[in-house]
Design a protein around this ligand. Structure first.
Ligand code: PLP
Length: 377
């Protein structure tokens, strides 16, 4: 099949490997759940793939909740997180046995007003001055154990028809280190012991490294060790993990083609049919892994700057100081950009590009057509 650029390419063999790695790691526990973080990349083909492979779906908005229901997810296999659930969908999810983790004061009000007995999870704020590499030292999510909010909520629940079924954590840490989960495990143990909680689950959120060279059991071993040191019987609690990046980051590449070339002063500007809005939508100056496909074997010393199709001056995707002379129709494959890049790409000048699946038999299949602006507005 002829690949048309610009396009994303989902590599099924890498996805299978990443999933197998996570399944192996999670199997250290007697009871565990892997739940795909839908926001990381909500491509319909991926949602179907994870459903077929028996993963739960972790959603954080009414729209994601309805989306996975429309994809045939059983309600018990949906984890509904985040502070922006509507009252209607929140109550529906609680009363139809989805796993619901509370992360706002208004949900506490809604749940305690329910006339029937209900069980929910509680997102716990993770705060530790010694944890380095945090995007913000103080997370805005979850309820604080340190300031007594967890205790106050447990007291409110004890006076009403509500009980705590699980504790939920998630920390965005740049290094995605194992130590984060050691800290979270000990915080969970402290809360369980202090308040005598009888939990169905502990949800560790996402934030894991994945792809070749990483072993998910490095995380699960550390978690298990912490619980084994405590009096808590880890076999009785279901350990939940909500990976996004660890599953999809390394399983998706982006391909673009050079469509034009011009020289300004001494620099060569090569315009591609791709854009930084597809490879680095948050403009964080990513360094890419890439492969160039060119027939040229002519080496030059001039600077070559690969630019995107948009009219933004900073739509400069990569630059090379010297190297093979690049020409029109050469292609560049940017690797491992499956997590968040597709979902954060704006609709700007062009609609979203095509997505191909490269299946395990090395055949390409179109799984999302490019959508033109006329289809959107
Ligand atoms: C609550 C929660 N769970 C899971 C994830 C997925 O994280 P990652 O893609 O780093 O695995 C996120 C990401 O922000 C999250 O907020």
């Amino acid at each position: 099949m002829l690949i048309e650029t610009p396009c994303f390419i989902v590599k099924e063999d890498i996805l299978n490997e990443n999933l197998e790695n996570l399944k192996q790691g999670a199997s250290l526990f007697k009871k565990s759940i892997l739940s795909y973080s839908v926001k990381t990349n909500p491509l319909p083909w991926l949602i179907d793939y994870f459903k077929e492979h028996d993963l739960y779906a972790e959603v954080v908005s009414d729209e994601e909740y309805k989306y996975v229901l429309s994809k045939g997810y059983e309600r018990e296999k949906i984890i509904f997180n985040g502070p922006i659930k509507s009252r209607e969908n929140f109550l529906e999810a609680v009363s139809t046995d989805s796993i619901v983790n509370i992360d706002s004061m208004r949900e506490i009000k809604w749940i305690t007003e329910m006339s029937t007995r209900s069980k929910v999870g509680l997102r716990v704020n993770v705060y530790n001055e010694d944890l380095t590499g945090l995007i913000y030292p103080e997370s805005r999510f979850g309820f604080s154990y340190e300031n007594g909010d967890i205790k106050r909520i447990i007291d409110i629940f004890n006076r009403t028809n509500t009980s705590i079924k699980g504790l939920h954590f998630h920390l965005n840490k740049k290094d995605r280190s194992v130590q984060t989960y050691e800290y979270i495990s000990n915080l969970a143990i402290r809360i369980i012991n202090e308040f005598g909680l009888d939990l169905d689950y502990i949800d560790f959120g996402g934030g894991f490294l994945g792809g070749r060279g990483y072993d998910f059991s490095d995380y699960t071993k550390v978690i298990k060790e912490q619980f084994e040191k405590s009096q808590i019987n880890v076999d009785e609690i279901c350990m939940i993990f909500e990976p996004g990046a660890a599953l999809v980051a390394t399983s998706i590449d982006f391909m673009m083609k050079i469509v034009d070339k011009k020289i300004i002063n001494h620099n060569i500007y090569l315009t591609a049919d791709g854009s930084r809005i597809y490879t680095d939508p948050t403009i964080t100056s990513k360094r890419y892994k890439y492969e160039i496909n060119t027939a040229s074997d002519d080496f030059i010393s001039q600077k070559q700057i690969i630019c995107g199709f948009t009219c933004m001056e900073n739509d400069r995707i990569m630059e090379f100081n010297g190297g093979k002379r690049l020409e029109e129709n050469d292609t560049i494959l940017i690797k491992d950009i499956g997590a968040y890049t597709m979902s954060l790409s704006p609709i700007f000048i062009l609609g979203p590009p095509r997505v191909y699946l490269l299946n395990k038999n090395s055949e390409y299949k179109l799984v999302r057509k490019n959508k033109e602006l006329t289809g959107f507005f």
